[in-house]
Design a protein around this ligand. Structure first.
Ligand code: ATP
Ligand code: MG
Length: 525
């Protein structure tokens, strides 16, 4: 509840109000305590106050008991006692519902939440796929190749074709991106298939959640309360925490730097926070620490809810300025150590021993410390937390369905679309390649046939030429014979006639003396 412009969390035993300052609400917080001690109710009380101030809120609903905020709280004898004890009627307490939008990554208990493979990023995806360090490095390179080649990774189909494409062209990519182990690529492929078999493919697709849709106010200027149904999701701890971390990093990315404001722009509650950090790789942990540190100046407050503060790594814990510690039981030495550590993280109150009080707190009671305007924590106080104005328990199916269908955002996210992305583009590239190969093959065949035909033609021409030459040769031979015969004969005849005649005459008509004279005459001429 808002009292004097501040978030009224509860009263001390002396009846003094205990406040959290809206101005310091971006300094993050912690709600811890054993099971059944009042954590969920406390976060409802806080969420209601933020909403009353017009600040949108995100909550993960792990047990289904947060969705009740969609209904007004119910009156009872016990409630009336509490209302009287806190004097709530003087401050406008009334049972009413809050503007709630229900979300669900499975699309059953809320509007479907989807994201794209690109948006979830290689770091979180590696965690979802349970990849080892080497495999996550390779996945990061596959993301880079996709990005460099304008291949959008929307869904698991895209990721699988991208992995295939990289495997098939491993040699070509090696020059620029280094050699990618085929075994690791195969292992990532198998992990994606396993995720699909487990139904994980429905988380990735379009339309992806636009976190800007969360930054809205509902009826009476109350900040919208976005509740992610996590009853199924939480059974896969890494998936649950990866989705929440993705949402946080999305918020981080879209929110502009604003510095310190009078009240936060949005508040993010992380229930079952121990799942978040369980077996978390160092790279991711570093990233979260950094996001938590920097998101503050973007006006976003992050509140972790868990059983024991030691579930939160020190680097994150140290940044949580607003703290509510419900009862902790300490039976074993380890539990006692944890209790002592929890108590020691508070600024001491000389009036009591913090550890002793934490151990003996009743349901709905807590020790608290909130940041003051100067940034220092208030002294630890024992506080009775206010009751919420909305319903404490869960919600029935009809109310849930009405809320889902009645939301203005339902139609935006209800139906998945399959845009042109890596899968389609790579299919097209593959088809074009095959077509080009086929065309080249056909062209080569045509060229081969043409060359064969040409060769045959040339051979035929050659043969023809040869034939012709032979023919000519033969013809020439026969002319030679004829000419030689004829000429020879003619010449022979003429010469024969001439000389033969003369000789014949000379020889025939004269004697030896005449022959001698004849020769002499010839010589003397
Ligand atoms: N501030 C409160 N005012 C009224 N009743 C409360 C308050 N806090 C807790 N309760 C009562 O205690 C019950 C258990 O509280 P709650 O569900 O918040 O515990 P929890 O710490 O979230 O438990 P778990 O770890 O199992 O989720 C509530 O259903 C409610 O009846
Ligand atoms: Mg709870």
């Amino acid at each position: 509840m808002i009292r004097d412009g501040k978030i009224w969390v509860g009263n001390t035993e002396a009846g003094e109000p205990v406040y959290m300052l809206p101005k310091m609400a971006n300094r993050h917080g912690l709600v811890a305590g054993a099971t059944g001690t009042g954590k969920t109710i406390t976060l409802k009380v806080l969420a209601e106050s933020f909403s009353d101030m017009g600040v949108p809120v995100f909550l993960a609903d792990v047990k289904g008991d947060i969705a009740g905020m969609i209904n007004a709280g119910t009156d009872s004898e016990d409630m009336q006692k509490r209302i009287a004890k806190f004097g709530l009627n003087d401050y406008g307490f009334n049972f009413h519902n809050y503007p709630v939008t229900l979300w669900d990554v499975y699309g059953k208990n809320g509007i479907q939440v989807r994201t794209t493979i690109t948006e979830i990023g290689p770091l979180l995806l590696s965690r979802i796929l349970d990849l080892n360090e080497m495999q996550s490095d390779i996945l990061a390179i596959v993301f880079k190749i996709a990005d460099d080649n304008n291949l959008a990774l929307i869904d698991t189909k895209d990721l699988k074709s991208m992995l295939n494409y990289v495997s098939e062209n491993n040699k070509e990519f090696a020059a620029e991106y280094g050699k990618l182990s085929p075994q690791s690529l195969g292992a990532i492929q198998r992990a994606v298939v396993s995720l699909e078999i487990a139904g994980g493919d429905q988380f990735f697709g379009e339309p992806a959640l636009d976190i800007r849709d969360w930054l809205t106010v509902g009826e009476q200027g109350r900040g919208m309360i976005h509740i992610l149904d996590s009853q199924n999701l939480v059974s896969n701890g890494t998936l649950y925490s990866s989705f929440l971390l993705w949402m946080l990093s999305e918020l981080f990315e879209i929110m502009p730097e604003v510095g310190d404001l009078d009240k936060p722009k949005m508040v993010f509650f992380f229930d079952e926070a121990h799942l978040l950090f369980k077996d978390m790789p160092k790279a991711l942990l570093d990233k979260i620490e950094q996001v938590v540190k920097l998101i503050r100046s973007k006006g976003v407050g992050v509140y972790f809810i868990t059983q024991n503060p030691r579930d939160i790594p020190n680097g994150v814990l140290a940044q949580l300025g607003n703290k509510v510690q419900h009862a902790l039981h300490a039976y074993t030495p380890t539990e006692q150590k944890a209790l002592k550590a929890a108590a020691d993280s508070y600024r001491e109150n000389p009036a009591f021993d913090t550890a002793e009080v934490i151990e003996t707190l009743g349901t709905g009671e807590a020790v608290t410390s909130f940041l003051q305007e100067d940034g220092t924590p208030t002294m630890v106080e024992k506080v009775s937390v206010l009751p919420p104005q909305s319903r404490m328990g869960g919600v029935d199916e009809a109310t849930r369905n009405n809320a889902i269908m009645g939301s203005m955002l339902y139609s935006k996210y209800a139906n998945a679309v399959d845009p042109e992305s890596a899968y389609e583009l790579l299919q097209r590239i593959g088809a074009e390649k095959a077509e080009a190969a086929q065309k080249a093959k056909e062209e080569a065949e045509v060229a081969k046939a043409a060359a064969k035909e040409q060769a045959a033609k040339e051979k035929a021409a050659e043969r023809e030429k040869e034939k012709e030459a032979n023919r000519k040769k033969r013809a020439a031979k026969s002319v030679g014979t004829t000419v030689a015969g004829t000429v020879g004969r003619e010449v022979g005849k003429t010469v024969g006639k001439k000389f033969g005649g003369k000789f014949g005459q000379t020889l025939g008509g004269n004697t030896g003396a005449q022959l001698f004279r004849g020769i002499l005459n010839t010589l003397l001429k």
